[in-house]
Write a protein that binds this ligand. Sequence first.
Ligand code: ADP
Ligand code: MG
Length: 367
Amino acid sequence: MSLATDRPVDALVRFEDVKKSYDGINFVVKDLNLDVFRGEFLTMLGPSGSGKTTTLMMLGGFEQPTLGHILLDGKPVERLPPEKRNIGFVFQNYALFPHMTVAENVAFPLRYRGITGAAAKEKVRQALGRVSLEALGDRRPAQLSGGQQQRVALARSLVFEPALVLMDEPLGALDKQLRERMQIEIKQLQTSLGITMVYVTHDQSEALTMSDRIAVFHDGRIQQLSDPETLYNAPANRFVASFIGENNSLPCTLLGWEGGLAVVRMADGTTLKAAGANVSGMGVDMSISIRPENISLAGQRPHAGFNRFSGMARDVFFLGDHMRLSIEAFGGQLVTARIPALQARHFALGTDVAFECSISECRLLEE
Ligand code: ADP
Ligand code: MG
């Protein structure tokens, strides 16, 4: 990817050809090129070990890139220590000081910046107010719930009013309900304060909920960078398709193109049409990706713009508002469909049933 030409220059953060190796042999971050725009909420999403924390640590100044540059406000920051970067940081484990009170914890970053006395007190009061903890300044971390401790860490990252805040799996230790509430609170804080956020998570629904853009990491590389809807509806490759949401990945052979659509042959000889993403050519190992919610029972007559295929209903699971259907199709492959509960009466297990799926929602992917 070329750097100078196709990227706007007002990015707050720019990674330029950044590579990182801890052992001098393997790169855990490979060729990272990424801009983070002012005021955006950008999430790095990926499985464990994909290089997210390493990337965040390099941006925060806690690790050095082995090669390449990181620009903050257009200036290289490799030589700047963390406290000179004006970046707020919430670590994975909160990292609160147990022997300090909540207020002292929040005031900690101010010391480094020479802010003390009444000015510091006022900033701490404001920061605690933002996370609704004004009343708990005198407590120690151990006297707080997990959610409250997390809020203290949040207040501490905001107290010196940084333009950029980095968070590394900050909600990992919380239960699901609290997690979902905090996702919304963090997002609201980010928007109302107008800060730029780089957020790390391995949780796809968290990323979809909070982000303006998501960079999907796998094996030290960004697989796709886009807004949540595009990521979900138009995954660039098989990894993204299966990491974000549920996905049926069905091997196929590309036969050719017809009016911009790919014509493919499935394992049992059935031909289907599909929308092609980044397909380089014929004869590559390919698959069709179909989301379970995009498969439905077919009506009597074929619909224009839809693929039709038949399969045997093997299993059905009732999930309240919908049914999950396990279908054997294309010569022995199991395909999952998600169907409104009311339609379940329209077929019997062990029989052949006709299904359909919009061609635009069948995506041809390689690799
Ligand atoms: P993620 O945050 O996506 O789980 P990390 O950036 O923590 O990924 O790790 C990426 C790879 O780098 C992993 O293989 C991990 O074992 C390795 N790694 C991370 N930190 C260190 C370190 N300090 N020293 C050596 N290897 C590390
Ligand atoms: Mg990590």
